[in-house]
Design a protein around this ligand. Sequence first.
Ligand code: HEM
Length: 408
Amino acid sequence: MNAEMLYALRDPAGVPSHPLVFLLLGVLTFALHAAAVQVMLGAGALVLRGAFSADAHWRRLAATMLSTAKIAVSVAIVIGVAPLLFVQVTYDPFWYTSNVLSAWWVIGFVVILIAGYLAMYGFYWRNPDLASRPARSGWMMVASLALLLAVGFIMHVLSYQMLWPEQWQAWYAPGGRVDPSGRTLHAWSLPRFGFFIALAAPVIGAWLIAVRRYLQGARERDARYLDFLARLGRQLMLAGGVVALAFGAAWIATLPEKMAFFATSPWMLVALVLLLVAVALPALLGARLERGLWGYAVFGVGAVALIAVAAAREALRYTLLAGTHGYDALDYRIHMDWYSTLTFFVTFGVLGAAALGYLLTVAWQAGQHRGGVFTPSAAVTRLGQVSIGLLVLWIVHYFAIGLWVMGR
Ligand code: HEM
């Protein structure tokens, strides 16, 4: 597949804003997706570890982590849509070809995801009181994690097949015989996939350190539970960080020749340094973790490290496709549409910030509140009213602009 063919597969309508905007948003939203996926997998693994334990702290943690995992699946799915949209815009020749080559799995992805999520809910319905009773139907939680991992593997294969345009023809017509079934997954890198999955351990470790800080804020009475969380969080960050870095090293060591440049890429090195800083942070902070907002800082630095990992991953794709395959994602024809660009950023920055800000503030404050019914302050209630108003305005605007365009 030469560069001319790749360019011919582009959308002739061009893109409605500078391609760099889509690349940056792709990196940012992929990092958020990865964080949600890692919290989901890490929390799910802790449920399995704790649900069958005789230790009261482990069982309490398992109950909490089950709620976390349930929510994290939905966040991972919702935030997964964003990089899906961005990758389609700038890399459409690659993404769609990769999807068509394994179309059966692309559709199967949805079914497997539904089954995985249902299995998690099945486990939840069977165990409404995980903290106090022995767990039942553990196989459901095992099945859920296995299915969710399968979903992640399909995503990995789709992302990886994109990088092999020279193989597409052979995959589509092996030995010259066309195979349009889309039943085959053609290429993957287990160390790369393992790296993204293993990051779940340090990420959930950082999450536990933040949970502990949150419980301190809510005047948690069980000091031994707080100690348990601190110990476990640190252990997971350190041991999990080492395992994730080992997978990362294996990924780099097994890079195919055409990707070898990535081993010394400054993007990769910056990501590595930030990951090391994040993993070492609890030890560096020491007793400060007990004070102020430091308990949350570990997760914050971890999030920055994940953005650096996402940027390095994008640098690998961009440089490979531009350098070896002659496809520059940044020279996409621009058909500037200021109105839709503005609508996107206003929706994201104003409506999104107000509505999410309200929901998170209420959830946060309600969790920190002790004794009696929680009533939000007048300012928080006002924020809720403003976000509903903005939402109504947005919906009216959506239909108004649609009708106006249709009527022209
Ligand atoms: C719930 C289970 C899921 C897991 C464990 C998972 C895991 C992953 C992993 C590990 C990658 C990185 C692959 C690589 O670069 O090698 C990835 C990429 C991706 N995921 Fe997910 N994912 C899940 C669900 C979803 C869902 C539901 C969506 C969309 C609605 C989604 C959208 C994406 C996209 C678009 C990418 C690639 C982005 C790009 O190449 O720029 N994922 N996912």
